[in-house]
Write a protein that binds this ligand. Structure first.
Ligand SMILES: NC(=O)C1=CN([C@@H]2O[C@H](COP(=O)(O)OP(=O)(O)OC[C@H]3O[C@@H](n4cnc5c(N)ncnc54)[C@H](O)[C@@H]3O)[C@@H](O)[C@H]2O)C=CC1
Ligand SMILES: O=C([O-])CC(=O)C(=O)O
Length: 268
C-alpha cells in the first residue's frame, strides 16, 4: 500500500516515526509527503527518517497512491483531499472541523462519488464515535461536548479576546455554542467538536463548551449523549504532543490504527 501523507507537522512527523511499528503488515509505505513550503529542517528530517519518500507541494498528475492521509489543517481539504477523491484515491481525514464550512460535507461526498472512492473521517483525539454513530440510528435526543485544554493551548485563538489566558486562576468557559461555530472559530482546537457532531446530532444541534484550565496539563474531552439507546458519558484525558500542545497524542494513534486496519486481515 503506497501512501501520500499531507502535512508533516506534529501529527505527520510522529506518524512517520511510528510507521515502522506497523511494518509487519507488509507493503505499507509512504511514498509522497505533501507539505507547504517545507522548512529546511523538515527536508533534512524526512531525508533521514523516510528516505524513499518524495517531498512535494502537490501530488503529481501521474502519481497513484493507494491512500491519501490528511493531517495538515482545514485548508488541505480543498487543496489535497477533494482533488485526490475526484481522481479515485481514498482519503483519511483528521481535520474534520473543516466540514463545518457550509457545503463542504456535500462537496466531499460528491468528489468521492465522482472518483468511485470513499473518504473516512478519523476519530482523532476522541473515542466513542462508533457508539454515538450507532446510537444516532435509533434517534438521539441531546449531545453535548466539552473540550478543556491548558490555558496555553488556546493561545493564538479568539479565546484571547474573551479572557486573559495568562491571568486565569480557575477553569474558564470562554465559548458556548454550536459545533459548527466552535469548529470554524477554533480550527486547530475544535476538530473533535465537529467529529462528535457529524457522528451524532449534526453540526448545528450539538452543544459545545470550550474551556481554558490553568491547572490542567491534559486535553480533556467530555461527551454526554442521550437518546433511544440509553445514555452515554465519556471523559477522555489525552496527553498533548510535545511538538504541538494543542494536539493530543491519541490523534497520531488514530491515524496509525486506521493504517493498520487498511492492511490487516482483521480490522477493529
Ligand atoms: N481530529 C482531531 O482529533 C484532531 C485534528 N487535528 C487537525 O490536524 C491538523 C494538524 O495538526 P498538527 O500536526 O498538530 O499541526 P501542526 O501545525 O504541527 O502541523 C501541520 C502541518 O501541516 C502543514 N499544512 C497546513 N496546511 C497545509 C496544506 N493545505 N497543505 C500542506 N500542508 C499543510 C503545516 O505547514 C504544518 O507543517 C490541525 O490543524 C487540525 O486541523 C489536530 C488535532 C486533533
Ligand atoms: O487534539 C485534541 O485534543 C483535540 C483537538 O485539538 C481538536 O479537536 O482539534
Amino acid at each position: 500500500m503506497r501512501i501520500a501523507l499531507v502535512g508533516c507537522g506534529a501529527i505527520g512527523s510522529e506518524v512517520l516515526q511510528r510507521l515502522p511499528q506497523l511494518s509487519g503488515l507488509q507493503g505499507l509505505r509512504v511514498d509522497w509527503v505533501l507539505a507547504r513550503q517545507p522548512r529546511p529542517d523538515v527536508v533534512d528530517w524526512l531525508a533521514q527518517h523516510v528516505p524513499g519518500a518524495q517531498l512535494l507541494q502537490a501530488l503529481p498528475e501521474d502519481a497513484r497512491p493507494d491512500l491519501l492521509v490528511e493531517c495538515a489543517g482545514h485548508s488541505a481539504i480543498a487543496t489535497h483531499v477533494l482533488p485526490a477523491l475526484r481522481r479515485g484515491i481514498p482519503c483519511l481525514v483528521v481535520s474534520v472541523g473543516a466540514l463545518a464550512a457550509p457545503g463542504l460535507v456535500e462537496e466531499l461526498a460528491d468528489a468521492a462519488r465522482q472518483g468511485g472512492t470513499r473518504v473516512q473521517l478519523l476519530p482523532g483525539a476522541i473515542g466513542a464515535i462508533d457508539a454515538l454513530a450507532a446510537a444516532r440510528e435509533g434517534g438521539l435526543a441531546q449531545v453535548t461536548y466539552t473540550g478543556t485544554k491548558p490555558a496555553a493551548a488556546w493561545k493564538g485563538t479568539p479565546a484571547e479576546t474573551v479572557c486573559d489566558l495568562a491571568a486565569l486562576t480557575a477553569p474558564f468557559c470562554f465559548f458556548q455554542g454550536s459545533a459548527r461555530e466552535a469548529a470554524q472559530q477554533y480550527p486547530r482546537n475544535a476538530n473533535v467538536a465537529a467529529t462528535v457532531a457529524l457522528a451524532g446530532l449534526g453540526l448545528d444541534d450539538t452543544e459545545v463548551r470550550l474551556v481554558a484550565d490553568p491547572q490542567c496539563s491534559e486535553n480533556r474531552h467530555q461527551i454526554a449523549a442521550q437518546g433511544a439507546f440509553g445514555r452515554l458519558s465519556l471523559e477522555l484525558a489525552g496527553q498533548p504532543l510535545a511538538a504541538n500542545p494543542k494536539t493530543s497524542a491519541l490523534t497520531v494513534f488514530s491515524v496509525l490504527r486506521a493504517l493498520r486496519n487498511a492492511v490487516a486481515p482483521l480490522a477493529i
